[in-house]
Design a protein around this ligand. Structure first.
Ligand code: ZN
Length: 175
């Protein structure tokens, strides 16, 4: 079942996601619904607060670029429950980001290039993994969501000011 999205201006996007205590059939169904929603909305990732559930859960499927064929390949589906970023690289890079909760705009965000993350999988097993590049960026963006932070909070104040009118319009239109 496709879930309805929470848009900028909805207070749920500013709350901290509660820890997931039990992984049961209801929870697994919710994850399936999130996957369906992410695919239907053509998102690279989706965090639970964006579909009106304030828990520490997000999913990603970040495409990768095949340099030889010069084409984008669909990325693996990843599910992060109770994630915690353990390390971030000192090296940072800028790229523009978009967000399903902020339709129609994009903005440049500086983020660390790589990270180490600890999380629980759908079997309840703890895992620690490292990511870099676009996938790390997407994970940090989604991890921000479950801490009540949006990418626009990380934009340069000058860039942010330029989109202030659009932000106000989104708030009005979707809430
Ligand atoms: Zn987002």
């Amino acid at each position: 079942m496709k879930l309805s999205l929470a848009y900028y201006g909805n207070p749920i996007l500013r709350q901290k996601g509660a820890r997931v205590e039990t992984i049961d059939d209801d929870f697994r169904q919710f994850v399936q619904d999130m996957i369906e929603t992410m695919v239907a909305e053509r998102g690279m990732g989706l965090a639970a607060p964006q579909v009106n559930r304030c828990i520490a859960l997000f999913i990603t499927h970040v495409p990768s670029h095949d340099e030889e064929k010069d084409e984008w390949i669909e990325g693996p589906l990843r599910i992060f429950v109770n994630p915690k970023i353990l390390e971030r690289t000192e090296e940072e890079w800028i790229q523009d980001e978009g967000c399903l909760s902020l339709p129609g705009i994009r903005g440049d965000v500086m983020r660390p290039y790589g990270l180490k993350i600890e999380y629980m999988d759908l079997e309840g097993k703890m895992r620690t993994e490292t990511y870099e590049g676009l996938e790390a960026r997407c994970i940090m963006h989604e991890n921000d969501h479950i801490n009540g932070t949006l990418y626009i909070d990380r934009m340069h104040p000058k860039d942010r000011k330029e989109i202030e009118n659009v932000l106000r319009a989104i708030k009005k239109k979707f809430n």
